[in-house]
Structure formats: structure tokens, C-alpha cells
Design a protein around this ligand. Structure first.
Ligand code: BES
Ligand code: ZN
Ligand code: MN
Length: 516
């Protein structure tokens, strides 16, 4: 009796501890355009003879200090370059962000914002002002979105510094003539996406001892609390056994932390219209199982739930900005551990769809959890579009590095839409083939299929295997994001080092452009 009382209390206390604010960050505000006389400021600088009106105005008021600094540093205003000038003219600090000479697209603006956001997160200044003379509300909203993303940090497990000034707190003000309209646009359209990115980054960053399948579910429930139009369904082990989900169960059986299948459904579109289905690989830690991985870099496998975080985050973005669509996120959650209960290479597993596969390596666990998730979402919702997102293979990292996620699809239109959404959002994808020969690679001597191939085309064969669980007539794409979930260095201003939440912005953009 006491046990049943104390357990939930302990769990609640623990959750309160682990969900303490992960990050101090600056409040983003909009204010009328004016050049401050002092303090810390940031501005965009164009490439070429004319660096822009804001630059000229500040330079004139500071006896040409900016022009001299720019010449001395050979700063040209090229895209994705910055010149950080502490103690210049009347200012504590001036950050110049290059925007090149091409069109000023939303991505360019987000990158400017991102650069300022990253600086703002490290700066002790109480107030940082980003000056933008453009009058377009939309442009200013994208600046703010970028600044929001660039500010991301994760301090949950650090002591507050005692020997250093506090950084990253106070205000980040965007000074623009676009004023209230920009603020409104940002709040309604982009702040929800930034929050969803933060949610996904936090999940990816959390270590495996904290973020196991049930913890992922609890975090998701907390994030969606109070968001209208959302319903959450969770399958536990008995429910999955009932449905015969041998794929996800065989991955989860080696761990003391039981697996879960989590579905987050958002209904914002036409009543009764089937939802877009986003299915994510959610391995909260991937040791490889009995086919144990080498220890070098194994810690990174805490990010092996990046696909699940991305799809859940994407639906959070859609729901929070009240997108006029129906969508469902499916997170296939399990921990891949070696133990006396763990699955072995050679095991034959029956999936919920009835088809069996033979395990070649227990380290190819992503596809095992995904096929049951795919079966379930197709049976429950009959979606016409299914996109799965997974940190599936090392092979895709070999092929594409950290510049592109691998995109696999038999639907040329869907592939083109995702490629365009990748370009626009800054989360780029590159299409790779699904050759018919992969069917031969997964022939098994004793089961319906073998779950990974012998030689070569590892990413494609993984994609092909997953695709064999997709129903006829369903438009399907697979995104292999193994190289994209975690960046050691910041490659883009909007993505500080660490968890990227790759997929949230891509899917949000895809929905905006194709389904709204
Ligand atoms: N989670 C890994 C893939 C991965 C590798 C993600 C590097 C991020 C960075 C996946 O579960 C895995 O181990 N895949 C195997 C598949 C193979 C056994 C068919 C791989 O890529 O080696
Ligand atoms: Zn994995
Ligand atoms: Mn693995």
C-alpha cells in the first residue's frame, strides 16, 4: 500500500528534478528601429561596396571606426562570416554578420539571427540589440526565429558558475521598423517551431540514464499539456504483446527499461481526413545489443532517438502554431541493451504485420522497431503520406557526412517536396536510390526476410527493408539522419554544437509548403 503511494511521489520528485529549466535564455523582444548610442549591438553587413544603411549610420556616428575595423580584418560580409568587435567606438561590442550579396531569403535571415543568438548565449551583456532597417514583418520574424534557435544551450547538469559572470541572460531586442506586426508574426508562426526544436534538442541531449522510453513519454506529455487538438496514445508491453509486435519487443527485451510505442495525434485540419504520419526511430540508447558496438564514441548513441524526437517535435510545432492539418507522430521507443534476455543474431522475429524477419545483427535495431510502428499507424489511421525519420545507418554518414540526411522514396513528387523543404529550412536532404536488387540482399534461408544485407549499400538496404512494411498506395519516404542528429561543431549559426533536432524544421516546412 505504502509502496503504491510512495512510488508515484518519488517519480514525480524525480521528474521535477530532471525537467528543471534546461537553459537560461534571453527573452526575445521587438522594439522600434533606432540606433543605440552604446551597449552591445549586432547588425547584418552586405558584401560589396555598400555594406548597408545601418552600417553607414553607425559608422558615421563613430568616426569611421567600423570601416577601419572591417578593412583591418579584411571582413567582406560574405555569407556565414562574422566580425566580432569588442570595445569599438562608443560600444561595448559590435557583432557584424555577413549576408553576402544574394537575395535575402528567410534562411539568410535565420542565419543572421542564429549568429546573434549564439553570441547572445555566451555574452554577459544585460541587453543585446539587433538592428534591422527592413520593414517586412516576415523578415524580422525570421531573424527572431534564428536568434531563438541560436541561443540554445543545455545547462541542466551544471552548477551555476561562481567564478565567471552569468551569460545568456537578459534581453535580446530586435530593433526594426516592422514593429508589432513582426512580433505578432513571430509569436504565431515561428516561436512555436523554436520551442519544438528546443524540446527535441533537450530530448536528444539527455543521457540514456535519464531519457529511457517511459521518460520520453512523460516529457512528451508535459510538452503537449494544454495544447489544443492533441491526443496521446501509449502502448505498453502487454498492449504490444497483444498485437504481436515482435519487432519492437525483441529490441526492448534486453533492457530493464521497457519499450513503448507513443502516438501523438494532432487534428487541426479537415475532420476525418487521414493524417500525415511521421514515424521516428526512438532508441533511447543503442549499445548494439549482443552485437555490441565498440566503445569508441558509443556515448553518442544516446542520440539514437533523434528521429522520434524530430517527429514528436514536428507535431508539437504544428499543434502549437495551429497548422490547418491533421498529423500523427509515432515514436518507436526502446533501449538496445545486451543481457540474458536480449535478442541474438539469428533469432527469427514475427512482426505485428505477420511477416517474419531473421536478425543478422542486433545492432540493426532501428528497422526492427520501425516496422511495427509503421504497421500500427497504417492500420489505425490509413495515412496517405508516411515519412519515417531515423538515425538508421553508419553507411549514410559515410556517403553524405553531416551535410545532408539521406532521402529514400519511390515517389518522385514526395522526394522533390522534401528536397525543396530541406533547402528552404536549412535541413538539407539528398536522395539516394532504392534499387530493386536490394530485395535479393534481404533474402533469408528461414524467414520471410533477413533484416540487413551482407555487403554494400547499407543505407539503401535498411531503407528497402523498412519500405517492405509500407502498404500499397501509400506515399512513403525514409530519412536517414544518422549523420545529422548531433554536431560536434556548429556548422550552421542556427545550430549550436550538440543536438540539432534535425527534422523538426524540415517537416514543418514540408507541411507549410505542401499541405496548408
Ligand atoms: N544507430 C546506429 C546507426 C548510427 C551510426 C547512428 C552512427 C548514428 C551514428 C544503428 O542502429 C546501427 O548500428 N546501424 C548499423 C546497421 C548494420 C548492423 C546493418 C550500422 O550502421 O553499422
Ligand atoms: Zn541504432
Ligand atoms: Mn544499432
Amino acid at each position: 500500500m505504502l509502496q503504491t503511494l510512495i512510488r508515484p511521489l518519488m517519480l514525480a520528485a524525480f521528474l521535477a528534478l530532471v525537467s528543471a529549466p534546461a537553459d537560461a535564455r534571453r527573452e526575445l523582444r521587438f522594439d522600434a528601429y533606432a540606433v543605440p548610442a552604446s551597449g552591445t549591438i549586432a547588425l547584418a553587413v552586405a558584401e560589396g561596396d555598400d555594406p548597408g544603411a545601418v552600417f553607414a549610420e553607425i559608422d558615421a556616428a563613430n568616426a569611421g571606426a567600423l570601416r577601419r575595423a572591417v578593412a583591418a580584418a579584411a571582413f567582406q560580409g560574405k555569407p556565414n562570416t562574422q566580425l566580432d568587435l569588442p570595445g569599438i567606438g562608443r560600444y561595448d561590442r559590435v557583432l557584424l554578420v555577413g549576408i553576402g550579396s544574394g537575395p535575402v531569403t528567410p534562411r539568410v535571415l535565420e542565419d543572421v539571427g542564429g549568429a546573434v543568438g549564439q553570441m547572445a548565449a555566451r555574452s554577459p551583456a544585460e541587453r543585446i540589440e539587433l538592428l534591422w532597417a527592413g520593414t517586412e514583418p516576415d523578415a524580422a520574424a525570421h531573424l527572431a526565429f534564428g536568434a531563438d534557435l541560436g541561443q540554445y544551450r543545455f545547462d541542466t547538469y551544471r552548477m551555476p558558475p561562481t567564478d565567471m559572470p552569468v551569460t545568456g541572460q537578459g534581453d535580446l531586442v530586435i530593433r526594426t521598423p516592422a514593429g508589432a506586426a513582426a512580433a505578432e508574426r513571430y509569436r504565431a508562426q515561428w516561436q512555436p517551431v523554436a520551442e519544438a526544436v528546443r524540446f527535441a534538442r533537450d530530448l536528444v541531449t539527455e543521457p540514456g540514464n535519464v531519457l529511457y522510453p517511459e521518460a520520453f513519454v512523460e516529457r512528451t506529455r508535459a510538452a503537449f499539456r494544454g495544447v489544443p487538438g492533441v491526443s496521446i496514445e501509449v502502448l505498453d508491453v502487454p498492449a504490444m504483446q497483444e498485437l504481436g509486435m515482435g519487432g519492437i519487443l525483441s529490441v526492448g527485451q534486453g533492457s530493464a527499461r521497457p519499450p513503448r510505442l507513443l502516438l501523438v495525434r494532432y487534428d487541426g485540419g479537415t475532420r476525418g481526413e487521414p493524417p500525415l504520419a511521421f514515424v521516428g526511430k526512438g532508441i533511447t540508447f543503442d549499445t548494439g545489443g549482443v552485437s555490441l558496438k565498440p566503445n569508441d564514441g558509443m556515448w553518442r548513441m544516446k542520440t539514437d532517438m533523434g528521429g522520434a524526437a524530430a517527429v514528436t517535435g514536428a507535431v508539437l510545432a504544428l499543434a502549437a502554431r495551429r497548422a490547418p492539418v491533421n498529423a500523427v507522430a509515432v515514436a518507436a521507443l526502446a533501449e538496445n541493451m545486451p543481457s540474458g534476455m536480449a535478442a541474438r543474431p539469428g533469432d527469427v522475429v514475427r512482426t505485428a504485420a505477420g511477416r517474419t524477419f531473421e536478425i543478422t545483427s542486433t545492432d540493426a535495431e532501428g528497422r526492427m522497431v520501425l516496422v511495427d510502428a509503421l504497421w500500427y499507424v497504417q492500420r489505425q489511421y490509413r495515412p496517405r503520406v508516411v515519412i519515417d525519420v531515423a538515425t538508421l545507418t553508419g553507411a549514410v554518414v559515410t556517403a553524405l557526412g553531416d551535410d545532408y540526411a539521406g532521402l529514400f522514396s519511390r515517389d518522385d513528387a514526395l522526394a522533390a517536396q522534401l528536397t525543396a523543404a530541406g533547402e528552404a529550412s536549412g535541413e538539407a536532404v539528398w536522395r539516394l536510390p532504392l534499387h530493386p536488387s536490394y530485395a535479393r540482399d534481404i533474402q533469408s534461408p528461414i524467414a520471410d526476410v533477413r533484416h540487413s544485407g551482407g555487403r554494400g549499400a547499407g543505407a539503401g538496404i535498411g531503407a528497402h527493408f523498412i519500405g517492405t512494411w509500407v502498404d500499397e498506395g501509400v506515399s512513403w519516404a525514409h530519412l536517414d539522419i544518422a549523420g545529422m542528429a548531433w554536431f560536434e561543431d556548429s556548422i550552421q549559426p542556427t545550430v549550436p554544437p550538440g543536438a540539432t533536432a534535425f527534422g523538426v524544421r524540415l517537416l514543418d516546412r514540408f507541411v507549410r509548403d505542401v499541405h496548408e
